[in-house]
Write a new protein. Sequence first.
Length: 56
Amino acid sequence: MTEDIKEEIYILDKMITSLVELLEEKGILEYEEWENKLHEKLNAVKGLTKFEDLEE
C-alpha cells in the first residue's frame, strides 16, 4: 500500500471516529447503535444471512 493511500485511510478513520464521537456527545447517537449498523452493513456486503431472517 502506498503512503498516500495509508494517509488517506488514516484521515478517513479519524473523520468517521470524530463524527461518531460528536454525535454521541450531542445525544443523537449511541456508540452501540453505530456499531450495530456498521456490522449490519458489513454483513450485507458479505451476503450473510442473519439468524433472525431465517424462516422456521
